[in-house]
Ligand binder design. Sequence first.
Ligand code: NI
Length: 256
Amino acid sequence: MRIIETHAHLDDPQYAEDLDAVVLRAKQAGVEKILLASVTMRDIDKLKALENRYPGYVYTMIGIHPQEVNAASYKDELDAFDRAIADGKYIAVGEIGMDLYWDKTTRAEQEIVFRHQIEAAVEINLPIAIHAREAFQPTVDILREFDKTKLRGVLHCFSGAPENAQTMMSLGDFYFGIGGVSTFKNAKFTERLAEIPLDMIVLETDCPYLAPTPHRGERNEPSFLPFIADKLAAAYGKTVEEIGEITTNNAERLFF
Ligand code: NI
């Protein structure tokens, strides 16, 4: 089957020992391309090195994750972001967004950093990969400031209601990244998932986190994507091959 992995963290130290084997298993599972999400500018060289190590297979996003934002360092991070994006080629800006789950005290700085990175993406016409945790409305409020004809991207790790998806689609050309959470026994959002057009769905692992059932709790990796595709096949009444084909085409349209 065909698959594109739209959100992975293969720079995580958990892959230091066996990354070649992880990539080989991904290829054997049908994964055609892997997109790496960026979290902090401290690691951007490491991500680029992975792209060079697997040319034409691994692609790098650039972004500062909202959990990395704090009052003391955010200006330096933004300066580093501006420098890196000016001299490199990236597949998208991400992961960026708002996270009020862990820390509400950095909300003002998170908004500044999110807005700055959207502006950069719009300026060079790149899609954005959005992380929104306990922060759907604040995320929407910022996206609404922008010209919707210039915004495109993915809301990563989506587990919301179809109404939230509708809101996102009204703000730009937004897709929804479905990952391992969809396979968890208590995942209620999958009951109404099919109300979201399949043409707007892409696959992701967010590995090493959130491994799908039956690997829940283990280190996640792109070769587990077929378990997520299986869940989508059941939700949409399609074969797993059809899910692979359609979501691969969606990812191609958005990112390539
Ligand atoms: Ni992530």
